[in-house]
Design a protein around this ligand. Sequence first.
Ligand SMILES: [Zn+2]
Length: 217
Amino acid sequence: MQQATQDVTACHECDLLIARLPVATGQDVLCPRCNARLFYTTANGTERVMALAIAGLILFLPANMLPILTLKVLGQSQSEIILNSALSLFDGDLFLVAILILLFAIVVPLLQLLLLFYISSALHFHWGGRLLRLAMHSYQHLRGWGMLEIYLLGTLVSIIKLKDIAQLEIGLGLYCLAALILIITLSSIMFNPHQLWHQIHNHRRPNPDKSKGVADA
Ligand SMILES: [Zn+2]
């Protein structure tokens, strides 16, 4: 019975049950009834995710440590970084907003990048184990919770609103933040759960049949 359920998969759009067949790298598996894309495989998918995770972790430091915006009013100048903006909200008794910024603009994006780096490294170096499966589940739960782009949008709105009443200087941190958002978005697009779970499953099998593709997991 268990073998029978492993041999079929359901279309996520129309629920049609389809037999799993071997798929070569680069091939797409489409539902014969609604034409939805069920599976796809990418050449060097793990290594691409690892490269993006490393690039994201490198960019994370300047995006959080360099000034995003410098405001000059009446001869006084003040530079802001993401952490400072959250701490300023704490000082202004806006605890909930400050915690939301800390979580969704700093902690979650950093966790996402660390998890992606761990998952791709573990698969690349064949580490496997329970921690890898936990990391996969954690990343899939966290995937939609990073909201750096909303922080960037808020910064851009502030620039538009303040440009007529104060002198603004866009800092290097803002460019790093934009690049970091691009990297996180690309890594989310490149993250292919079907392919990665297939690789994890193959690591657990005593004699993995590497000639078969993702739809054969
Ligand atoms: Zn379908």
